[in-house]
Design a protein. Sequence first.
Length: 277
Amino acid sequence: MIKRVWTLAFIAVAALALSACKPGAGSGGEAAKAADVAPPAATVNGKPIPAEVLNVIVQAQFQKKPAEITADQRKQIMDQLVELYVAAQEAEKENVASDPEVAAKMELQRNSALAQALVQKHMKGKTPTEEELKAEYDKQIGSLPKLEYHARHILVKEEAQAKDVIAQLNKGAKFEDLAKKFSIDGSKAQGGDLSWFTPDRMVPPFSAALVKLNKGEYTKEPVKSEFGWHVIRLEDTRPSNPPSFDSVKDRLAPLVQQRQVKDYLDGLRKAATIQGL
């Protein structure tokens, strides 16, 4: 027996299109409206595959209109659609939707499609203004660390060894020499030099210990992290140099739009009556 396989992307998009045509989904669905003005793409056991369903699949797979794809591409999609409709019709005959898990998936799928369409409708034509982009830039820059740190470290596996390293430093040993001799980190060849970085790039215990040091100081107690035990020395600090507004402007628009979507959904939630949480 040959097992039929549909791509996950095809099933997802086709299922969303089908949900708009299901009995009970409402006569206002876009696929149902399209079926009133355009002949169906095909019929399966007398039931139409609306032209809008084909449009959705073609757009998802090729970012084109049906008239713009090749005959072979259209045949491939139609073959998959026919198989999908045949299977869906058989599922209806066997009352597969009565299974609670299947019903739950269908409910989630339908609501996901509706929610996505609502957000797209709400955001249609809303291009972030220069003022909104600048406000987002200021917010992002404001959250960045104000200083960059230049540090060295020696990483060892055991606390006792880290304490021994500190004892040798207290006696005047050179940090770089001890790093080359004992460290298990990739920076050992450079004497433990980590170059310049902002604290958020390091694991929290490392950063917490580092920012307490003055220039030239090293940690007097070993610092434990998921990688082992660190001995850290602060070489220097300097003001961080954030990117200019113009250099990141194009990347700010999605952030502004995400925030607008969140504000919109938060407003809907606030206005809703929710019980059982």
